[in-house]
Design a binder for this molecule. Structure first.
Ligand code: PLP
Length: 657
């Protein structure tokens, strides 16, 4: 059991939790902590009601949903759509910009129907459209999209059927722009559309020299996977001129990567793209009237407002102001009209709206609450030496650590050679961890002397923290619910959602229930760099302990995989409603995958499974290994279990919420 390695205040208040988890910085006014010590959510920020997350969980439990649970706040989506559109419209008016803003939501960031429909509805007054990056996404976009003034932008490589489906939309009067990722696509779009009697709208994606930084930076730069180089662009322009089709070119598009941390990358990219737009306009592409600045508007996951990959050093207003200023400035220099601006912000629209709630059901402790440190006459010399080391921790902690590490190392070698019995090894380890814990406590509680060298905590001591942390076992799969944490090291804000008026006196990391040692979360949001452990509360016997992973609405919902056959998790969709005492209602619950559903995805069909199990049970009955009644009970249990969820059914006590 590892206690918090900071000076603990005698009393702990909600304000202490607010600053420990920095919720006011990354929460953007959507998330905070109420007087009861629970996380509270204001989906419309200061324009609407605030609800207690535990009330939502209670309601979800009553509706039969188990954990892990994704809670979506639908009003929050609406707030984000309005926030983005208003910001562009205000800046356009303020800067006397000549074009308009036509944003689109990139479906790839969250394809779930309820999410896309909510966004489309909220975006109607702004002619907010959709972006599709694949054929399947276009099939859904054609149906969700209803406003003829808003755009559908088609990105990604395109085959003939992709183009034909887009042409269905054009014939229905939709403003669909097919973005050519390479030269040949312009030829196919032109041929197929002419054959179908459709007047196509084409955009070209340019491969800018400007690049982003961070973990999604490879989408930009001259070696990017998508887009036309300047030479390709010249060839495309020539081809369109020769084919009498200069009017089909409507849009210049770029995308330099998601989650752009540095505003300088945005400034450079918009200027460069505006220059391409102006030059094309000047060589006769009169119908070119849109610049699409792609996605990349970042989200401050850790609240640090820095260049760190999980943060951004700019606000929405700065982003919008810079895009408009730079495009306007370049166009004015070149003497061409200001284009309409399109952006494809996905993460910034959906990240905040969903929260993953996981239940912790136990801990793996490196150290013990109480150690047996008695030394006996016949104990091994290393145990006696460790007892001596313990004595000089207060006078020379660093030397004590080095000596303890040496003894532990030597004892491990002796054990490997078969020279140490289990009891002695266990006692050496007990002593070692007791010493390490005391050293860590000593450094964290020491008063500053004012001498920089003396006050600095030695590196090897700092490294002890993560080793001492307890591992909190949590009922979820990192591979299903937090894939970008595993794959890219993305940081999400994570914190307990209740007991926040109690001191989180432990340091922990999170382990999921997959059998993979990568199935863990051991990097946490912090204003400076990342934390390797998270302050958590001790588990009280039998009481449920819930941890929230916030801002999971972008990408994580659909990218998760079925590692260990842990399937999709349960979902609750929450709407604010002032007629309800609680201030909200759960409009929809979506049940996660059952065991038979995930098995079907791997070609195990329930009928075949049942038949095969029955054969084996019959065989066992025939061979007198089990009685017929018992066999039938086993078969019934197997059948019932197939409709269970894939995660652990924790009987402990979520009812005690
Ligand atoms: C072409 C394109 N547009 C838009 C986006 C969405 O980006 P973001 O979620 O950063 O806004 C992406 C995602 O990387 C993309 O590839």
């Amino acid at each position: 059991m590892t206690r918090l390695m900071t000076n603990e205040p005698v009393t702990w208040t909600v304000e202490d939790s607010i600053s420990t988890y920095n919720i006011d910085r990354w929460g953007l006014g959507y998330f905070s902590i109420n007087d009861a010590g629970n996380v509270s959510i204001s989906p419309l920020r200061d324009k609407g009601a605030t609800i207690d997350i535990l009330d939502v969980l209670r309601e979800a439990r009553e509706r039969g949903l188990q954990f892990p649970l994704v809670v979506r706040f639908q009003d929050l989506l609406r707030d984000r759509v309005e926030w983005l559109n208003k910001s562009f419209n205000d800046a356009i008016a303020e800067n006397k910009y000549g074009g308009s803003y036509y944003g689109v939501f990139p479906i790839k960031v969250n394809q779930l129907r309820e999410v896309v429909e909510e966004i489309t509805l909220a975006g109607e007054p702004f002619h907010y459209g959709l972006e599709a990056g694949s054929k399947a996404e276009l099939f859904s976009a054609l149906v969700t999209h209803r406003d003829p003034e808003s755009l559908i932008i088609c990105n990604g490589y395109k085959d003939q059927s992709f183009i034909r489906v887009a042409n269905i939309g054009r014939k229905l009067g939709k403003k669909i722009i097919l973005i050519a990722e390479k030269l040949e696509e312009i030829r196919s779009i032109l041929d197929i559309s002419r054959e179908a009697g459709v007047d196509p709208w084409i955009g070209v994606r340019v491969r800018l020299a400007a690049k982003s930084t961070g973990i999604w930076a490879t989408s930009g730069g001259e070696s990017a996977k998508f887009g036309l180089s300047t030479l390709d662009l010249m060839e495309a322009a020539e081809y369109l001129r020769e084919n009498n089709a200069m009017d089909v070119l409507r849009m210049l598009h770029f995308h330099i990567g998601s989650q752009i941390p540095d505003i300088q990358s945005i400034k450079k990219a918009t200027r460069e793209a505006a220059r391409y737009y102006a030059k094309l306009k000047k060589i006769g592409f009169d119908k070119l009237e849109f610049i699409d600045i792609g996605g990349g508007l970042g989200v401050d996951y850790d609240g640090s407002r820095t260049l760190f990959h999980s943060s951004t050093n700019y606000s929405l207003d700065e982003y919008v102001g810079d895009c408009i200023f730079n495009i306007k400035d370049v166009c004015d220099e070149e003497g061409v009209p200001h284009p309409h601006i399109v952006s494809e912000s996905g993460r910034a629209i959906v990240a905040h709206h969903s929260v993953l709630i996981v239940q912790s059901f136990g801990t793996i402790e490196k150290t013990k609450a109480e150690y047996d440190l008695s030394v006996r006459e016949h104990d091994h010399k290393w145990i006696k030496q460790l007892a001596e080391v313990k004595e000089y921790i207060r006078t020379n902690a660093r030397v004590a650590l080095h000596d303890a590490q040496q003894i532990k190392g030597e004892s491990q070698n002796a054990f490997d050679l078969g020279l140490l019995d289990l009891r002695t090894k266990a006692k050496i380890e007990t002593f070692y961890w007791a010493i390490v814990e005391e050293i860590a406590d000593y450094y964290s509680n020491r008063l500053a002397t004012g001498d920089e060298e003396e006050d600095a905590t030695p590196e090897e001591i700092l490294e002890l923290g993560p080793h001492l942390a307890d591992q909190y076992l949590c009922n979820f799969s990192v591979f299903q619910s937090l894939l970008d944490h595993w794959a890219l090291g993305q940081i999400f804000p994570i914190m307990p959602i209740h007991r926040l008026n109690e001191c989180p006196s432990m340091q922990g990391t999170l382990c999921d229930i997959t059998c993979d040692s990568d199935g863990k979360v051991n990097r946490f949001a912090d204003i400076k760099d990342v934390r390797k452990t998270l302050p958590l509360h001790p588990l009280n016997n039998g009481d449920p302990y819930f941890i929230g992973v916030f801002m999971t609405g972008a990408y994580q919902d659909v990218m998760g995989d079925l590692h260990n056959l842990f399937g999709r998790v349960n979902e609750a969709h929450v709407f604010l409603d002032s007629d309800e005492d609680s201030g909200f209602y759960i409009e929809e619950t979506i049940s996660g995958n059952t065991i038979s559903q995930v098995l079907e995805l791997t070609q195990y069909y329930p009928n075949n499974l049942m038949r095969s199990m029955k054969e084996q049970i019959n065989e066992a009955i025939k061979n007198d290994r089990i009685k017929p009644n018992e066999g039938m009970r086993m078969l019934a249990e197997y059948e019932k279990g197939l409709s269970d969820h894939t995660y652990l059914t924790l009987t402990t006590s979520a009812d005690r919420l």
